[in-house]
Design a protein around this ligand. Structure first.
Ligand code: ADP
Ligand code: MG
Length: 341
C-alpha cells in the first residue's frame, strides 16, 4: 500500500489544549466539585457552601470565606498552568497545598460557563470575571471570599456530556466528593444543597463528631480509635469492627497528608490486618490518616492527584498493617477480658 502523505503539524489552540486536559481533570461533575473544594481549602476557608443543580450538570456553585483573589489576578486564575501554589521543582517536592498544577479552573472554563466572584480582605468590594482568561474583570458585590459558579458543564463537548449518568447518580458522586473532603477537614463547616434543598449541613468540630456526621451515629458503637506514631510515620483515625463490615467498599477513607487517596498498597495493608477476622467478600469501614514527611511521597502521579507513590512503600505497608492489627487485637482482648492493660 502507498505511504500516507505526511500530515501538517499544527500547534493546538489554548482552548483545545484545555478541553483535552479537561477529559482527565474533570471527567464528571464530582471532579469539578473536588477541584473547587480543594481550592477553597487552599484559600484558608472555614465555611464552604456547595449548591448543585441537576446533579451538578446544570450548575455547581461553591462559595467560600477564604482569602479571595485580587482583581488583577482573576484572569490568571483562569489561565492554564498558572498557580499561586508552587514556583519551583523544589516546592513540588514539599507541596503543602491540595492544588499545584494550575489547570483545574482553565480546564473547567473550557467546558462550562464559569463566573468567579471574589473579594479579598482589603478589597473595597468584590470583582467578577466570566468566561476565560481573556475576559476582563468587572466590579461586583459580595463578602470576602470566593464564589465559583460553573454552569452547563460540557455544553460544548457533547461527546463528554453523553457519558454522564442520571442526575441522581451524578449527584451521588458529587456528594461523595464532598464527604471525602469534609472528613479530611472537620475544622471546616460544609453545607450542601441539591436543586434548592439542603442535603447536608455539617458544623465545624473535631474528627470524632465529623466521622459520626458522615457515617451516622451508629458508627460510635463500632469504631476503634487508633493513633500510632513511629517518629517518621503517624497513623491515626478509626477502623470499624469486623462485625460492622459492609458488602461494598464504600466506607473506606484513607488520607495521606490530608489528601484523600486510593492506593493499592494502603488498601492492601489494611486488608491484611483484617484477614483473620473478616471474610474475603466483606469490606471493613475505616477513616485513616497517614502523615509523613511530604518529601517521602509523590503526589504528582496523576492529574486528579488521587494516586500517590511512596519512596519506601514496604515500611509504610508494615507500619499500617501492624497499627491496624494492634487496634483490632485490642478489641478481642477487651472482649475476652483476659489480657490486662
Ligand atoms: P491550582 O489549584 O493547582 O493552583 P487552579 O486552576 O485550581 O490551580 O486555581 C488557579 C489559582 O486560582 C490558584 O492557584 C489560586 O491562586 C486561585 N484560586 C482558585 N480558587 C480559589 C479560591 N476559591 N480562593 C482563592 N483563590 C483561588
Ligand atoms: Mg486547584
Amino acid at each position: 500500500a502507498p505511504l500516507p502523505r505526511p500530515r501538517i503539524i499544527k500547534p493546538l489552540s489554548d482552548q483545545l489544549i484545555s478541553q483535552i486536559a479537561a477529559g482527565e481533570v474533570v471527567d464528571r461533575p464530582s471532579a469539578v466539585v473536588k477541584e473547587l473544594l480543594e481550592n477553597a481549602l487552599d484559600a484558608g476557608a472555614t465555611q464552604i457552601t456547595i449548591r448543585l443543580e441537576q446533579g451538578g450538570v446544570k450548575r455547581i456553585a461553591i462559595t467560600d470565606n477564604g482569602c479571595g483573589i485580587p482583581p488583577e489576578q482573576l484572569a490568571l486564575a483562569l489561565a492554564r498552568h498558572a498557580t499561586s501554589k508552587i514556583a519551583s521543582l523544589d516546592d513540588l517536592e514539599n507541596v503543602g497545598t491540595l492544588g499545584f498544577r494550575g489547570e483545574a479552573l482553565a480546564s473547567i472554563a473550557s467546558v462550562a460557563q464559569v463566573t468567579i466572584t471574589s473579594r479579598t480582605a482589603d478589597g473595597e468590594h468584590a470583582w467578577e470575571i466570566s468566561g476565560s482568561h481573556e475576559s476582563q474583570p468587572t466590579p461586583s458585590s459580595g463578602p470576602v471570599g470566593t464564589t465559583i459558579d460553573v454552569r452547563e458543564l460540557y455544553f460544548n463537548t457533547p461527546a463528554r456530556r453523553k457519558f454522564l449518568k442520571s442526575d441522581q447518580t451524578e449527584f451521588g458522586h458529587c456528594s461523595e466528593a464532598v464527604r471525602r473532603i469534609a472528613l479530611s477537614r472537620p475544622d471546616v463547616a460544609f453545607s450542601l444543597s441539591h436543586n434548592g434543598k439542603t442535603v447536608d449541613h455539617w458544623n465545624a468540630g473535631g474528627i470524632d463528631k465529623r466521622s459520626l456526621q458522615i457515617f451516622g451515629d451508629e458508627f460510635a458503637e463500632v469504631r476503634l480509635p487508633l493513633d500510632e506514631d513511629s517518629g517518621e510515620l503517624r497513623l491515626s483515625g478509626f477502623v470499624g469492627l469486623p462485625t460492622a463490615a459492609r458488602n461494598r467498599a464504600d466506607s473506606q477513607y484513607f488520607y495521606v497528608n490530608g489528601r484523600f487517596v486510593r492506593d493499592k498498597l494502603l488498601t492492601h495493608a489494611v486488608r491484611m490486618a483484617y484477614q483473620d477476622v473478616l471474610h474475603g467478600d466483606r469490606f471493613p469501614s475505616y477513616v485513616l490518616w497517614l502523615d509523613l514527611d511530604p518529601a517521602q511521597v509523590d503526589v504528582n502521579v496523576h492529574p486528579s492527584k488521587i494516586e500517590v507513590r511512596f519512596r519506601d512503600g514496604r515500611a509504610i505497608h508494615q507500619f499500617i498493617f501492624h497499627a491496624v492489627s494492634r487496634a483490632l487485637a485490642r478489641t478481642s482482648a477487651t472482649d475476652g477480658g483476659s489480657v490486662p492493660g
